[in-house]
Design a protein around this ligand. Structure first.
Ligand code: NAD
Ligand code: MN
Length: 364
């Protein structure tokens, strides 16, 4: 029987609530199916670790993760520590250290969830956003000088390499090709940003030649926000830079009902390193420690992880359990206007998995 080695990094805030819930659901899924198992190892890195050690994770922390099959991550962000320290000291250290250059963010309106878009039918919104996850505006290139003087200067240089842009676009074209509509929208800002964004457009044209069955178009990022709101059905797979896709995917999550539902995978498509799966939300200081967090974003991230591990049947079983739970308004958490708690949603998904598997066995 295959046992998957999973590193769990709950991190901060509600990450400490939703990641244990994700582990429970995965363990229940494995128990119900009986054909694979999980060996979880948890790492207490994040703000608490920082208070004790002056760093978000140990200097050789990546070595402890290197041989895992995947990483399940909660959130990095602590009310008492500046956000750039928590982000760069943990999440980006893992993403960049393991060259997880493709950040994949599926967005759909799940059963029972209401979109704020009045005229949007659930089937009109079915997107996957691919975010360049290794360079661009978040390359960390730049600096400050003349600090404390009137001449003070600060730069964040957006750095785009041809190889970096090409690999993420190739990944996006391939993903678009695997989806029923075979449709890709390449988002840039090549009118105002006249160097790197023009190169993005050029590379898109070149890569597109290798995918003649994928229909693709271009959109400027500002216009893309309006298109997401006004013509959601005109989009399917989307590829954009690190910054642009960061913003667009939060918009996408809100249009699909809540930040608490949305999942993501930070992938190394070449599988040289473990990939990392996480809900897209942050630490949610306003609700942390109270058992109110919606764990669905984590559960959907577990679905993505299972797909990545090649456990497609288990992934589908978990996704349908999630959908039958979201369909019931009595199981909605506060972010969805409901009163359910993290444990209620977790219990319901686990019950559903057990019932579904038994149902399948009976049918067979
Ligand atoms: P946030 O996602 O933490 O919260 C935004 C709002 O959405 C809050 O009102 C919160 O209560 C709500 N919300 C988010 N997830 C929810 C869930 N699962 N269930 C119910 N409600 C939920 O974003 P923020 O407030 O901008 O950031 C808080 C901290 O998290 C900051 O330190 C930030 O840097 C960090 N952060 C980390 C990540 C990450 O690690 N990937 C992502 C975003 C923000
Ligand atoms: Mn973000």
């Amino acid at each position: 029987m295959k046992t998957y080695r999973i590193a769990c990094i709950p991190g901060d805030g509600i990450g400490k609530e939703v990641i244990p819930a994700g582990q429970e659901v995965l363990a229940a899924l494995a128990a119900a199916r009986g054909d694979f198992g999980f060996d979880f190892e948890s790492f207490g890195w994040g703000g608490d670790w920082y208070r004790r050690h002056g760093a978000m994770m140990p200097a050789d922390g990546l070595d402890a993760l290197r041989n895992k099959d995947a990483i399940l991550f909660g959130s990095a962000g602590d009310p008492d520590i500046p956000d750039h320290i928590t982000l760069w000291g943990l999440r980006l250290k893992i993403c960049q250290g393991f060259d997880q250059y493709a950040n994949v963010r599926p967005t759909r309106i799940l059963p029972g969830i209401t979109t704020p878009l009045a005229r949007c039918k659930p089937e009109d919104l079915d997107w996957v956003i691919v975010r360049e996850n290794s360079e661009g505006e978040y390359a960390g290139v730049g600096g400050r000088a003349h600090q404390g003087h009137p001449l003070e200067v600060a730069t964040d240089v957006s750095m785009m390499t041809r190889a970096g842009v090409e690999r993420v676009q190739r990944f996006a074209f391939k993903l678009a090709q695997s989806r029923p509509r075979k449709k890709l929208t390449v988002i840039t800002k090549s009118n105002a940003q006249r160097h790197a964004m023009v190169m993005w457009d050029e590379i898109a044209r070149e890569v597109a030649r290798d995918f003649p069955d994928v229909s693709w178009d271009k959109e400027l990022v500002d216009a893309a926000t309006a298109r997401m709101v006004n013509r959601p059905a005109s989009l399917d797979t989307i590829v954009a830079t690190n910054l642009h896709a960061d913003i667009l995917s939060d918009l996408a999550a809100a249009l699909a009902g809540s930040l608490g539902i949305a999942p993501t995978g930070n992938l190394d498509p070449e599988r040289r390193y473990p990939s990392m799966f996480e809900p897209i939300h942050g630490s949610a200081f306003d609700i942390m420690g109270r058992g109110l967090a919606n764990p669905i974003g984590t559960f959907w991230s577990c679905v993505m992880m299972l797909e990545y591990l090649g456990e497609d049947a288990a992934a589908a079983a978990l996704m349908s359990a999630i959908e039958s739970v979201t369909a019931n308004p009595a199981l909605h958490t506060g972010d969805l206007g409901g009163k359910a708690k993290t444990v209620d949603v977790t219990r319901a998904v686990i019950d559903c998995l057990a019932a579904g598997v038994n149902g399948n066995r009976r049918a067979a």
